[in-house]
Design a protein around this ligand. Structure first.
Ligand code: SF4
Ligand code: SF4
Length: 453
């Protein structure tokens, strides 16, 4: 069965503190009965809730190295952000050799697929210009694509219509392995080493239902200690063999950090944005046609780009500094070994046949008139709520509680202020009633006197 999401809640660890509800960019989390709940249809697997939960109640469900056993030949796909986890003296060939030592039969740099996508985007830009379909928005970050599907479906046609570097690299790796090994496709297992849960969801629940060439996704955090252990006693011959492989150029390696993708394009009219809440602000600007002078938007859900992913190990600032070193080394390598540098001109990247579809999770009703009615109702309830956006009701703000009420998922008294108001009014009514009852049960003055005689 297809797995819709990779981000999971461990109920036993959740204390219902509500820290996560305000950070979720799609308001997918509610705390009810003291536990967080994720609305699957809204979650974009950005991993923000993993980063903010102080009780580690949110995690990503990823594949493990055990999954390799199901295949006769396994290939690791090394993301550029993986390199940035390792400081000097580690080099790219050393990290690739370490992956082979862990048990993979072969290894590919995802930076190679990034080069192919860069070339495809450069070639596509004139077409986008002539059809006024600007700005183009990078489709490399699956969390960004999903937020567009959910909150800004009008911008779907602005997405760069190519598979991600992970998919492109997987396709190249499988094609080469089939030619080299005489094995059947199902005997070859391709594993991406990922900085984020969104990439795994892109495999288990592909955007636009496109077939994937990736068989499993492991987290950088899980594999990091093993790579580190292998790097400490790496065999120089293996490193030398990896140095003789075709390696990606600096353009591809640069994709690991925010700004790297845009740097490779042939336009200066680009904008780079990172952090999912900042991305949403920029998408809002595009929708309001305030970015007409921009041709390309590089948008990454994580701060700093993939090096800031929730499944990485290194602090994103030190990772950024390391990334710069790897880029410099790639430039030197390019200058010295033109014959060993990957040339993306060999590949023709095909645009998507179908663009991704809108996700209607935020629609109040499929019937437009009913939806408008519900929207008005929601606005009315929002104005009746205290407007403190305190989160005590388990929804991120008063508007979200109003939406839940309209959807039949909550009631007004979930708001503690409304509940207090209600209790106060019931108490006042009761004391009035009590007063009236006492008044009626007391004998009249004349009756009293009569009784004493
Ligand atoms: S941050 Fe969210 S998931 Fe973590 S303990 Fe608090 S309510 Fe539960
Ligand atoms: S992964 Fe992102 S979208 Fe999904 S529940 Fe967590 S914060 Fe919300």
């Amino acid at each position: 069965m297809a797995k819709l999401h990779s981000v999971r809640l461990n109920e036993d660890k959740c204390v219902g503190c509500t820290n996560c509800i305000k950070k979720c960019p799609t308001e997918a989390i509610r705390v009810r009965n003291g536990k967080a709940r994720i609305a699957e249809e809204r979650c974009i697997d950005c991993g923000e809730c993993i980063k903010v939960c102080p009780h580690h109640a949110k995690s990503a469900e990823m594949d493990t190295l055990n999954a390799l056993k199901a295949f006769r030949y396994t290939i690791a796909l090394a993301a550029p952000s993986l390199y940035a986890q390792f400081g000097a003296p580690a080099t790219r060939p050393m990290v690739l050799a370490a992956l082979l030592n862990i048990g993979f039969d072969d290894v590919y740099e995802v930076a190679i697929g990034a080069e192919v996508v860069t070339k495809g985007t450069c070639d596509y830009l004139p077409q986008a210009r002539s059809s006024s379909q600007l700005p183009l928005i990078s489709s490399a970050c699956p969390a960004v694509v999903r937020v567009i599907q959910e909150k800004y479906p009008g911008l779907i046609d602005n997405l760069v219509p190519f598979d991600s570097p992970m998919e492109v690299t997987a396709e190249l790796a499988r094609r080469d392995a089939l030619a080299r090994t005489n094995l059947k496709s199902q005997e070859i297992g391709i594993f991406f080493i990922s900085p984020c849960p969104a990439k795994r969801t892109a495999v288990t629940n592909p955007i636009g239902n496109r077939p994937t060439q990736v068989d499993g996704v492991l987290s950088i955090a899980e594999i990091y200690p093993q790579i580190l252990a292998k790097l400490e006693k790496i065999n120089p011959d293996q490193v030398e063999a990896c140095e003789q492989r075709i390696l990606a150029d600096a353009t591809g390696v640069g994709w690991g950090a925010s700004g790297g993708e845009a740097m490779g394009l042939q336009t200066e009219k680009y904008l780079v944005v990172d952090g999912i809440h900042n991305v949403i602000d920029i998408l809002e600007e595009i929708e309001n046609e305030r970015l007409r002078d921009i041709e390309f938007i590089e948008a990454n859900s994580c701060m700093g780009g993939c090096i800031g992913g929730p499944l990485t190990v290194a602090n994103r600032f030190s990772a950024k500094s390391r990334m710069n070193r790897y880029i410099q080394e790639a430039l030197v390598f390019e200058a010295d070994h033109q014959d060993l540098v990957y040339k993306p001109d060999r590949e023709v990247i095909r645009p998507w046949f179908d663009m991704p579809q809108a996700n209607n999770a935020l629609t109040l009703d499929p019937d437009i008139f009913k939806a408008l009615e519900k929207y008005e109702q929601m606005e009315k309830i929002t104005h009746q709520l205290p407007g403190l956006d305190c989160g005590a009701c388990g929804a991120p703000d008063c508007a979200a509680l109003a939406e839940d009420i309209v959807r039949g998922l909550a009631v007004e008294s979930d708001c503690i202020f409304k509940l207090k108001e209600r209790i106060r009014s019931v108490a006042a009514q009761m004391s009035e009633l009590e007063f009236e009852m006492n008044r009626h049960s007391k004998p009249a003055e004349g009756e009293k006197e009569h009784g004493h005689t």
